[in-house]
Design a protein around this ligand. Structure first.
Ligand code: FES
Length: 87
């Protein structure tokens, strides 16, 4: 058993089952069915791995599957933002 999403306890087998039985072809569909990428790390670890599994199972390219991450792509403390707003 290979754990893909540690935050939501989702295995590779769960992802393959969602692709084969429910017809998932996108990361958004895997999120809706499995809660993939919705844990504490917000998918930083699991989404790239799940994308590779999706690419392998569906024949899509990684560019088709991987979402474009919107900024901020790193964690920012609220205090840092608040200081910039006050200036
Ligand atoms: S490992 Fe999947 S959301 Fe954190």
């Amino acid at each position: 058993m290979k754990i893909v999403c540690r935050c939501e306890d989702i295995t590779e087998e769960d992802i393959i089952r969602a692709i084969e039985e429910y017809g998932c072809t996108t990361l958004a569909e895997l999120k809706q069915i499995l809660r993939l990428g919705m844990g504490h790390c917000q998918g930083r670890t699991c989404l790239p791995i799940a994308a590779k599994i999706l690419a392998r199972k569906t024949g899509k390219s990684m560019e088709e599957i991987m979402p474009s991450f919107r900024p901020p792509v790193v964690s920012i403390e609220v205090g840092v933002i608040a200081k910039k707003v006050k200036k």
